[in-house]
Write a protein that binds this ligand. Structure first.
Ligand SMILES: [Zn+2]
Length: 174
């Protein structure tokens, strides 16, 4: 259930961001948000089961961060890459960041040249180029359009989730 995401709406119903469905549930339990939509996914503890939300609405208005760009940092690179090695796709490993064009070849630290890599792939690649290493990128690294604002839906989301998000994200193509 860890991969399930929920859309967080501002108190004005504007889409704010995606968070884990588990965290959205916690927000509602803390009285910080109300559950607006949910579907057939549950989380079970030893004694109880809870319906996971797909959309929650914050009880208090949060002023949106008027930041035109997302700062480049290791933390944000990991977030952009969904904490997944961009060479082999593992996520349950010690994650590092890797320069696609190595620094020894004047590779720069930019969104386009830095990816999340597990230690194994990072070692395997070493200070070689992509072609030399024989490794392939899961996807081309780009500057993320948003980490804070919801404008696209998370990958591999259940169809039912996308349908419930679409109601609150008018620009979202169904
Ligand atoms: Zn890897």
């Amino acid at each position: 259930m860890d991969h399930l995401r929920a859309l967080v709406l501002n108190s004005t119903y504007e889409p704010m961001q995606f968070t884990s469905a588990r965290r959205a549930l916690v927000l509602s339990m803390l009285g910080k948000a109300e559950i607006v939509e949910s579907d057939g996914f549950y989380i079970r503890t030893t004694t109880k089961s809870y319906r996971l939300p797909t959309v929650v609405r914050l009880n208090r208005y949060i002023s949106p961060p008027f930041k035109s760009y997302i700062s480049f940092s290791k933390k944000n690179v990991l977030k952009r890459d969904n904490y997944t090695c961009q060479y082999c796709g593992v996520s349950k490993a010690e994650l590092t960041i890797d320069h696609v064009i190595p620094r020894s070849l004047n590779g720069v630290s930019t969104w386009e040249n830095v990816v999340t890599a597990c230690r194994k792939c990072n070692l395997k690649k070493g200070s070689r180029t992509l072609a030399e290493s024989g490794l392939r990128l899961v996807k081309r690294p780009v500057r993320p359009k948003f980490l804070a604002y919801a404008s696209t839906t998370p990958d591999n989301a259940p169809r039912s989730h996308i349908e419930s998000w679409a109601k609150y994200m008018p620009r979202l193509s169904r």
